[in-house]
Ligand binder design. Structure first.
Ligand code: NAD
Length: 435
């Protein structure tokens, strides 16, 4: 376990470790972080503090497999920052997760929480495994041992995990139970993204897509565009993409194209999104074979002329290779890191408003915060109350960033980093450095 270390240099801290691809999400994040730090004329010591994680933990996780063999997995938990409050961030179970990736994602969570004004720092965790090759019983033993190894890190007032790639409500329930057994009391607030019967929140599943739509409507309003007169394209038709498409459809927008791994589906007269969701649900979560639209490629889909483009599938979809071909007025980043740093200036020159991921998809962490609040109160809200408060927080976060972007004459993305770094740095300054 290593703790935050001072870096002896008068220059800004440079992340050690493997040489990063210029367009990797982490490299993109660091470039944007550096830009915001320059605008704020951030003290170099403060920069070093914010660029290095508070704590990085690697655990080894021995699991007795169903056939009696012992297999040892590697797990990680990185707390990037806990200046604003306990740290918050998901846990992913993937075959290639590594410490560098988890460090980058933990920092991302710090900025995301600061942007939407939830009182959390940033963290992330992962276990290097292929969950598709594990039985339910093996997955449970793996999750419980990972949790047991991190009992001193996790806690409702310390560090609060959540689902991420290949982890779900059931995994969160096991984490909650393992932590509770060791505390000898039920501690629902130790983790979010739980099933509703175990202290989960109404509205959590739809929260990210709902947040995407709230900020998209705010952006349309700033541009003087009416939702019911806009055209929308959505890449990805999973949790975030399908909810975003559905809520834009409900607003009267014409959703002309959506896609998933099976490809893109286009209808210039507008797709029947509720029908497509029913089709996808009945078809093993895939749009493969849907006949109510013309089939196009995912690359062509991104380049369609539209008012709003919502990339909600995966990272690095709009880069310097295709940014000049994008014909949307607004890009709302449902996914994490769908636009690379190299594409930022190309889109800016084209006058495209990009609503950055750390704002656009922060609806999920906002309702995770509501879940934690409800668990601590032992009093549960209706879905209507959750949605109302989510809309209010997302709308106010959009307005805050919009004002910063006007103040400094910068893009919304740059404003998001300026806002988040300024907030964390100001809080840190008030708290001071404990010696
Ligand atoms: P999901 O697994 O439910 O859906 C992903 C969708 O993207 C699927 O429809 C899949 O078929 C599609 N897809 C995958 N590769 C594609 C490709 N190359 N082209 C087009 N479509 C492709 O995942 P999700 O929860 O909706 O997450 C999507 C993105 O949003 C991820 O970047 C995730 O990190 C981010 N995000 C999710 C949440 C959340 O609460 N679910 C919160 C914040 C950010």
């Amino acid at each position: 376990m290593s703790t935050k270390k001072a870096v002896q240099s008068s220059n800004y801290y440079k992340e050690p470790g493997p040489k990063l691809d210029k367009e990797s999400p982490f490299a993109s994040m660091m470039e944007r972080f550096q830009f915001a730090a320059d605008i704020l004329d951030l003290d170099p010591g403060m920069f070093q503090y914010l660029a290095s994680p508070v704590k990085q933990v690697i655990v080894s996780i021995p699991v007795v497999m169903d056939d009696g063999r012992i297999e040892v997995f590697e797990g990680y938990r990185v707390i990037h920052d806990n200046v604003l409050g306990p740290s918050k961030g998901g846990i992913r179970f993937t075959p290639d997760v590594n410490l560098e990736e988890v460090k980058a994602l933990a920092a991302w969570m710090t900025w995301k929480c600061a942007v939407v004004n939830v009182p959390f720092g940033g963290a992330k965790g992962g276990v290097r495994c292929n969950p598709k090759e594990l039985s339910m019983a093996e997955l449970e033993r793996l999750t419980r041992r990972y949790t047991a190894n991190l009992l001193e890190i996790f806690g409702p007032d310390r560090d609060i995990p959540a689902p991420d790639m290949n982890t779900n409500e059931q995994v969160m329930a096991w984490i909650m139970d393992t932590y509770s057994m060791n505390s000898q009391k039920t501690e629902t607030a130790v983790v979010t993204g739980k099933p509703i019967i175990l202290g989960g929140s109404h509205g959590r599943k739809e929260a990210t897509g709902r947040g995407v739509v709230t900020v998209t409507l705010a952006a349309l309003n700033k541009m003087g565009l009416m939702p019911n007169k806009t055209t929308v394209v959505v890449q990805g038709f999973g949790n975030v993409g399908s909810v975003s498409a559905d809520l834009m459809y409900e607003q009267g927008a014409k959703v002309i194209a959506v896609s998933d791994v099976s490809g893109g589906y286009l209808n210039q007269d507008g797709l029947d999104i509720p029908a497509m969701i029913l089709y996808m649900q009945a078809n093993n979560n895939s749009l493969e074979g849907y006949t109510g639209a013309e089939k196009i490629s995912n690359e062509d889909l991104l380049e369609l002329e539209c008012d709003v483009l919502i990339p909600a599938a995966k990272e690095d979809q709009i880069s310097k290779h295709n940014a000049h071909k994008i014909r949307a007025k607004i890009i709302a980043e449902g996914a994490n890191g769908p636009v690379t740093a190299n594409a930022d200036s190309i889109l800016e020159k084209k006058g495209i408003m990009v609503i950055p991921d750390i704002l656009a998809n922060a609806g999920g962490v906002t309702v995770s915060y509501f879940e934690w609040v409800q668990d601590r109160q032992g009093y549960f809200w209706t879905e209507e109350r959750v949605n109302r408060r989510l809309n209010r927080m997302m709308r106010s976060a959009f307005d805050n960033l919009y004002n910063v972007s006007e103040e400094f004459k910068i893009t919304l993305r740059q404003a998001a980093y300026v806002y988040a770094i300024r907030k964390v740095a100001a809080t840190l300054k008030m708290r001071g450095i404990y010696a």
